[in-house]
Design a protein around this ligand. Structure first.
Ligand SMILES: *Cc1c(COP(=O)(O)O)cnc(C)c1O
Length: 450
């Protein structure tokens, strides 16, 4: 018989969980498998901590989003935001579903080309495009979204030198009623910068102006902001039509749809209360359909949704290293996954569930990561059943931004596994080893010996 674990007795106040209109809290129901694969097996085969991505969930999300827009508007195109998660296998799931690539650096651009995306289906955003990046984008017939006048002038020059007409849009920022207003990307609408840039492009006649773009923010909880953004882009499109007789081919509303995560400070779980793809689609497509745009040249609608398409397809499995009591007597559980690989725990209360059965007793717990840093907190306060050293916990909604913003700090980055549609666990990124990090270092000869 296995020896029972000893838990030091402790007298504590009982915390009664009051049911609200959504019922009792269910945050700590056990989750023993992901898409039919046992979590214990995943940890045995790939180690802990471990990122797990559900291919099924990505495809479901994508199809739901696609349907929300295509049932309301005839010409819709999604472009996968690489910076949200650019692991090759993940990008290719989106590309197989029909998504283009949305990139914001030369690195991401090359990555999309290497994965086999046609240059014509790459959207190049971002404020930092080097001359070499611009030349690469022009050669590959990509859609270049111009961020500022310096870029406009260098691109015009490059176009002249290459004897090619680059396909471009301008990036527009604007007041949509969202605070804080993002006014750092592109040209401002209200003060006339955007209209000025469009005039410069049309008069110079060196670039093919195909579209208008905006990216108004991220995790936008008011769909109405997209209605305002759409109207303002339509207004610019109408201006081009009136003045130059020029019809743009697309309007690109960027990303920013909220995922099902719960922002810190929110009372109810985000998965229950945040807007859905249908909510966003209704506002955006109505603004287009009801506008003065002539029906003969309605622009295509491009969407660069990132986090809303992948957050809930990503899980982080972590193991309990130890339990402690804080100086105030509060239960503290130390996990082997910290903020170095879970950047998003700074602004979300990630849902966490134990990965094994447990007893009925629960306690308010703080979840720490393994780093030697006071800020390494996964959850400040979460009600959890008792977990012991070696038990696993599943952290939910981690698919967006963690596998790109993670850092190699104190410890190595873990493996990433994709559960495919047949329930097979495929390794899609190896866990880092010491030599991955040290192979980039050089030791000068006088420091060779110690
Ligand atoms: C980051 C980014 C996106 C994706 O944003 P989400 O908030 O993840 O949907 C889309 N477009 C641009 C230009 C971006 O910078």
């Amino acid at each position: 018989m296995e020896r029972l674990k000893y838990e030091r007795p402790l007298i504590k106040k009982l915390e009664s969980q009051m049911p609200n209109k959504y019922g009792l809290r269910t945050e700590y129901k056990p989750m023993t498998e992901i898409d039919g694969v046992l979590i214990k097996d995943l940890i045995k085969d790939f180690g802990s901590p471990l990122f797990v991505i559900s291919e099924k969930k990505i495809r479901q999300n994508y199809r739901r989003a696609q349907k929300a827009f295509t049932t309301r508007y005839p010409k819709v195109q999604f472009a996968w935001s690489y910076k949200t998660n650019y692991i090759g296998a993940v990008c290719n799931v989106f590309h197989q579903e029909g998504s283009w690539a949305e990139v914001v650096s030369g690195f991401e651009f090359r990555k999309a080309l290497d994965l086999g995306v046609s240059g014509r289906n790459i959207i190049f955003n971002g404020p930092d495009k080097t001359e070499a990046d611009l030349v690469m984008a022009v050669q590959n017939d990509a859609l270049i979204h111009i961020d500022h006048l310096d870029e406009l002038y260098s691109l015009t020059e490059i176009a002249t030198q290459m004897g090619k007409r680059p396909r471009v849009a301008i990036r527009v920022n604007m007041d949509t009623g969202i605070f804080p207003m993002w006014d750092r990307f592109g040209f401002n609408y209200e003060n006339g910068q955007a209209w000025d840039a469009l005039n410069k492009i049309m008069h110079a006649n060196k670039l093919d102006l195909e579209g208008l773009h905006c990216h108004i923010g991220t995790f936008i909880l008011q769909p109405s902001a997209y209605g305002v953004a759409t109207q303002k882009l339509v207004d610019l499109a109408m201006g081009l039509k009136r003045k130059f007789g020029h019809a743009i081919k697309y309007i690109d509303l960027g990303g920013g749809f909220a995922s099902g995560n719960t922002l810190k400070g929110a009372f109810l779980p985000g998965a229950d209360t945040n807007p859905t793809f249908d909510d966003y689609a209704e506002i955006i497509t109505s603004a287009l359909l009801n506008s003065e745009l002539p029906p003969s040249d309605m622009p295509a609608l491009i969407l660069e949704s990132g986090r809303a398409l992948i957050d809930d397809a990503g899980f982080l499995i972590s193991s309990v290293i130890a339990n402690k009591r804080s100086s105030k007597g509060k239960r503290v559980t130390i996990l082997d996954a910290g903020v170095n690989i879970l950047f998003t725990s700074f602004w979300y209360n990630h849902k966490v569930t134990p990965a094994q059965e447990f007893t009925g007793f629960t306690e308010d717990t703080t979840l720490y990561g393994p780093l030697c840093m006071n800020i390494d907190v996964i959850r400040e306060e979460v009600t959890l059943p008792l977990m012991n050293k070696g038990d696993q916990i599943v952290i939910h909604h981690v698919g967006a931004y963690n596998m790109t913003q993670w850092m190699q700090f104190i410890t190595l980055r873990p493996a990433v596994v994709l559960i495919d549609l047949n329930g097979k666990a495929e390794l899609i990124r190896e866990g880092e080893k010491n030599e991955n990090v040290t192979s980039m270092e050089r030791i000068p000869s006088h420091l060779n010996r110690i």
